[in-house]
Structure formats: structure tokens, C-alpha cells
Design a protein around this ligand. Structure first.
Ligand code: NDP
Length: 280
């Protein structure tokens, strides 16, 4: 039997409608949530992401403030801007679109955003709180994955979750979030021995590799839940995930498509984090 396809776009719309309602019903004297979006240079992919985030802000009734710095902006200039936004009363969340030009130290920039406004959840304080299981802003992509699973009523507790990928923005935080949901977690990476065997043991697979079609049907246990985080552009311009979708959907019980799966959820979790920063 073919898997149920989890519609990330639809779940996102539902969540954004709820967020917009909360904002609309705010007290008369309270301003709308404000998200500052910083972009440095003119990377076309970054521009698309920033535009999508601004559109999401509009759909939720948020104010979005764009700060576009030229490619040759200095690290000092960027840090000064962040310092100003940290203190700005109309800004609840600060997001600095990555990657940054190579002359700017990304870690320094992430560290400069105050944890209360770090709605991307990348700062050391939020990362530490996530590790300790304390309240924090969790990184948006893995948070979106968990939200999707819960929305579908998929049991996580006691399940064996295999994550392929160990990046700081997806794989590692996904492992922590799934642990918090009481899954038994295995994290695979490029040095993992017998990776197909590891993945075959999974009840839930989270693929965050960045290689088109990497997870093939022979790696998937019958009835497994398959979440595809990957975004890969093929030579023909088409966007595809890390999972061989057509073959795997015949074996999985649930599967997320690319596009229309984890992608929209990521931006929605950014809206959710910004709403929380505003409520605080
Ligand atoms: P990274 O490149 O930072 O990490 C990729 C991970 O995959 C690494 O841990 C790497 O292992 C592992 N890996 C690479 N090749 C292999 C292999 N042959 N076998 C096993 N493991 C391998 O990527 P990100 O985590 O940033 O992103 C992953 C994918 O998710 C990308 O396609 C990206 O575009 C997408 N993405 C999607 C988002 C969304 O909103 N949907 C948001 C963020 C990312 P090692 O550590 O050993 O090198």
C-alpha cells in the first residue's frame, strides 16, 4: 500500500492561520510582532528565502523589517546593526540569513544575537538549553519535523528514529528533539559503517544529507515513517529531496514530499518562535 503523503503546506497554512488569529485578537494597545531579517550580499537563494520569510510575516500579521547590507559590508557593521536590533523595542526576533560572505565570521554573528530574540535558535544559549531540555527557541527545521509528526498523530515515544546527517542546524538538534519526545535515536553520517543496515532498523527516518535520492527503498523498513529534509536542485532545475520518493512511498506508512513537506514547516516554526518572543 502506498504511504500517506504528509502535506507540509496544508499543515503550515493551518498553523499560520492560528498565529494570525492570535495576533489579530491582541489587546488594543499592543503592537504586532516584529521580525528583523538581515541579508548580506545578493546570493539568489538567500534572496528567495528572505522574500518567503517576509511573505510568511505578512500572512501572520507580523511586521517584517528588512536590513539589506552590501556584499562588502564589514563584520563590525553587521555586529553594530545586531547590537542596535537587540535593544530595539519594535523587534521581537532577529534573523540573519546564512550563509554570510566569507570575510564575516558566522559564529560571531550568531553569538551577537541576544538569546531572547534568537528565533532561529542557533545561539549557544538556545543550543545549550535545548541540550538540557529547558525552554528555548529550537531550530526551525527540526522543530517543524516534530510538529508535522505530532500533527499526523504519529507515535514517537519508544520508536526507533534514525537520522541521517549531523549538522548543527538539522541533524543534531533533530536528535535532541526526538530524544525529548522519548524516541530511541541513532544518528548516521558520512563515517557510519553499514548505513543502509542502520536505516533499515528505523521506525522513523529523518533524512538531512543534501544528496538527491540518497535514501532508497531497500533501506526502508516496511511501514516506516520517512521525513525528507533535503533540498537538492537537479540539472533540469527541478527541486528534489534526499529520498527516492516514488520507490520509498510504496514501502513507507507516511512520507513527506519535496517540495511541500518540511520546507514550509521550517518558515512556519520561525513564525511560531517569533510569536513566542513577542508574547514574552
Ligand atoms: P550539511 O551539509 O551541513 O550536513 C549534511 C550531513 O549529511 C552531514 O552530517 C554529513 O556527514 C551527512 N552526509 C553527507 N554525505 C553522506 C553520506 N554519503 N553518507 C552519510 N552521511 C552523509 O547539510 P544540512 O544539514 O545543512 O542540510 C541537509 C539538507 O537539508 C540539505 O539538502 C539542505 O538543503 C536541506 N535543508 C532543508 C531545510 C528545509 O527547510 N527543508 C533547512 C535546512 C537544510 P558528515 O558530518 O560526516 O560530513
Amino acid at each position: 500500500m502506498s504511504a500517506k503523503i504528509i502535506d507540509g503546506k496544508k499543515i503550515s497554512e493551518e498553523l499560520r492561520r492560528k498565529i494570525a488569529e492570535t495576533v489579530k485578537n491582541r489587546a488594543d494597545n499592543k503592537r504586532a510582532p516584529g521580525l528583523a531579517v538581515i541579508i548580506v550580499g545578493d546570493n539568489p537563494a538567500s534572496r528567495i528565502y528572505v522574500n518567503n520569510k517576509k511573505k510568511a510575516c505578512e500572512s501572520c500579521g507580523f511586521n517584517s523589517f528588512e536590513y539589506a547590507l552590501p556584499e562588502d559590508a564589514t563584520e563590525k557593521e553587521l555586529l553594530r546593526l545586531i547590537e542596535r536590533l537587540n535593544k530595539d523595542e519594535n523587534t521581537d526576533g532577529i534573523l540573519c540569513q546564512l550563509p554570510l560572505p566569507s570575510h564575516i565570521d558566522e559564529n560571531k554573528v550568531i553569538d551577537a544575537i541576544c538569546p531572547e530574540k534568537d528565533v532561529d535558535g542557533f545561539s549557544p544559549v538556545n543550543t545549550g538549553n535545548l541540550l538540557a531540555g529547558k525552554p528555548c527557541f529550537a531550530p526551525c527545521t527540526p522543530a517543524g519535523v516534530v510538529e508535522m509528526l505530532k500533527h499526523e498523530g504519529i507515535e514517537i515515544s519508544g520508536k526507533h528514529c534514525v537520522i541521517v546527517g549531523r549538522s548543527n542546524i538539522v541533524g543534531k538538534p533533530a536528535a535532541l528533539l526526538m530524544l525529548q519526545e522519548n524516541a530511541t535515536v541513532t544518528v548516521c553520517h558520512s563515517r557510519t559503517k553499514n548505513l543502509p543496515e542502520e536505516v533499515r532498523r528505523a521506525d522513523i527516518i529523518i533524512a538531512a544529507i543534501g544528496k538527491a535520492g540518497f535514501i532508497t527503498a531497500d533501506m526502508v523498513k516496511e511501514g516506516a515513517v520517512v521525513v525528507d529534509v533535503g533540498i537538492n536542485r537537479l540539472e533540469n532545475g527541478k527541486i528534489t529531496g534526499d529520498v527516492d520518493f516514488e520507490a520509498v512511498k510504496e514501502k513507507a506508512s507516511y512520507i513527506t514530499p519535496v517540495p511541500g513537506g518540511v520546507g514550509p514547516m521550517t518558515i512556519t516554526m520561525l513564525m511560531k518562535n517569533t510569536l513566542r518572543a513577542w508574547e514574552r
